[in-house]
Design a protein around this ligand. Sequence first.
Ligand code: ZN
Length: 104
Amino acid sequence: MLRKLLGKVDDGRFGRAVAGMQAGWQWECRERHEGWVVGFVRYGRKEFYVVIEQRGRRGLARCSCYDVVHRGVLCKHIAFAAMSELGLAAAARSAHRELPELGR
Ligand SMILES: [Zn+2]
């Protein structure tokens, strides 16, 4: 689900999320349950609230930024949050720990 969601992010925004990873953006997960995750993407003095939830096999995502609220597109913060969650789930798997499934 997260990988599918990432596939719907346009190239420019995806690239900016990857650059954010290099620049040390922070993903601060507040709640993670079966099928949904809530948290903040932070960098500099900026902070964006991101929600990603699973609807059937699809992912629905929201962010507090202008892109999502006014343009209705998947933004770089959602992409960053999804990549971070994939990274955390992969790290947990290699450490033989379990995180609630988000349906990768
Ligand atoms: Zn955003």
